[in-house]
Design a protein around this ligand. Structure first.
Ligand code: EPZ
Length: 428
């Protein structure tokens, strides 16, 4: 099990390119199950989660070839199984995204329940509710979701369009309905839909496959189901740049008092985060395909509250909290999406930060003089926050269990070194 050895303090400066987004690549890969023609995805990131989705699809008979750089080709013309096994699903919750497309094209699916997660209970009841609303019969037995659409004669039945009003905004829940409704009979309307850019990117792919989707990116989406979808037919689908990775490198520049530019970026996808950086005294500039954060002045304490897009992203909460340990004054960070997403706080305190957590709020007093120490990552974004704090700390910080980091950040050690950081991947 690898670790990162981060030696600080450093002042980052330079330019890095954002990769394709993990949270756009995973639903796009699941969309391959909707057609018997090849799907070509460009800029799919080189991440552990993308490899897991590849393995999951291959287990169903999908033949994946190529990779992000050359174009990932997914061919689901010979699907032999509609099962997503526990051993894979437990390593990546986003595996639930195969439920909708399997039901829509094959009329059946057997998908393991994802199980526990460090940041919260994260049930999938809304995914199940939505598939039932589209006409599927669903039973949960022995840790698996068994779902099917009643047969009509010898053929498996089709899902039927429906009105689905989510009580809570759910990103993959919205994506699962988009994937399923594209082949359903009739119209589906999703109310209180997630507005994340990754949802709109999936709708863009489905439209390129022949689907009829209106309103993606807003809280009301309408899909007119059709009989058959086609592949990308010579026009590869370029995966959206990763706004969370972009924000993470901007925060790395800010916490070190540096100056970092991220290219292949979409500043518009980061509105509320860039607003918070500016409120913290960071000099933010942006242009077509790039965004820059320079922090020559000491950071100012800033309050944030996470919310569904276009609110402050929960996936940048930990990185921003780490930044606030170096800001002057008291910051209050409220986490509204997940009930247990402050596991990084205790590890930051080990580095010398002053962070107190009560329920869904963390209070950060700063600036603290951080000192390098061994710390342990608990989840993907917490691990990024610990690396950022290590960049600002005096001496070596060993961040253990960086397999969490590898799930969502491609070659982070290389990218940080290109910005002047002292970061090494070492045996755990
Ligand atoms: C997506 O997870 C992202 N993952 C997460 O990113 C991200 O944190 C999250 O959206 C919120 O933005 C992917 O896109 C692969 P939700 P998802 O369903 O879809 C509750 C990262 O770091 N809920 O929007 O699983 C749920 O418990 C990851 O890259 C139900 O109650 O999140 C949570 O409180 C971490 N029942 C809230 O809704 C359900 O059936 C929002 O979760 C579904 C969700």
């Amino acid at each position: 099990m690898d670790a990162f050895l981060v030696t600080g303090p450093s002042r980052l400066s330079g330019t890095v390119r954002a990769a394709g987004a993990k949270n756009a690549a995973l639903p796009a890969m699941a969309a391959a199950l909707l057609t018997d023609e090849p799907l070509v995805l460009e800029d799919a990131p080189d991440l552990a989660d993308v490899k897991t989705m590849r393995t999951l699809l291959a287990g169903m008979g999908v033949s994946p070839r190529g990779s992000g750089a050359t174009g990932l080709v997914l061919d689901a013309s010979r699907v032999t199984s509609t099962e997503a096994p526990y051993d894979l699903v437990r390593t990546m919750r986003a595996s639930i995204l195969v439920l909708g497309p399997l039901l829509a094209r094959f009329g059946e699916a057997r998908v393991s329940l994802p199980g526990g997660c460090a940041i919260g209970v994260r049930p999938v009841d809304l995914h199940i509710m939505a598939m039932e609303a589209l006409g599927a019969r669903v039973a949960v037995e022995k840790g698996y979701i068994h779902a099917y659409v009643s047969r009509v004669g010898s053929r498996h039945g089709r899902l039927s369009g429906a009105r689905i009003a989510f009580p809570t905004v759910t990103v993959t829940g919205t994506e699962n309905v988009l994937l399923a409704a594209a082949l359903a009979e009739g119209r589906t309307t999703i109310e209180n839909a997630a507005r994340e850019p990754e949802v709109a990117d999936l709708a863009r792919l489905l439209a390129a496959m022949g689907a009829s989707v209106q309103g993606a990116g807003t809280s009301t989406i309408t899909i007119e189901g059709i009989e058959r979808l086609h592949g990308t037919r010579g026009v590869p689908h370029a995966i959206l740049p990763d706004r969370i990775e972009t924000g993470t490198y901007l925060a790395a520049g800010a916490i070190t008092g540096g100056d970092v530019t991220v290219t292949n970026a979409r500043p518009a996808d980061l509105g509320s985060f860039l607003g918070a950086l500016t409120a913290a005294g960071v000099d933010v500039s942006r242009g077509d395909g790039w965004v820059r954060a320079a922090a020559p002045e000491p950071l100012r304490a800033t309050d944030v509250e996470t919310a569904p897009h276009p609110g402050f992203p929960t996936d940048l909460q930990a990185q921003f909290l780490a930044m606030m340990t170096q800001a002057r004054g008291t910051s209050r960070i409220v986490e509204t999406i997940f009930e247990n997403r402050f596991l990084h706080a205790g590890e930051l305190v080990r580095l010398g930060a002053d962070v107190r957590v009560e329920g869904r709020m963390a209070t950060v007093h700063g600036p603290s003089r951080l000192q390098g120490a061994p710390v342990t990552a608990s989840d993907l974004r917490a691990s990024a926050a610990l690396v950022l704090a290590g960049l600002a700390a005096e001496g070596p910080t060993r961040v253990r269990r960086i397999y969490h980091l590898d799930r969502g950040y491609a070659a982070m050690d290389h990218k940080l070194r290109s910005l002047g950081a002292a970061v090494e991947r070492i045996p755990g």
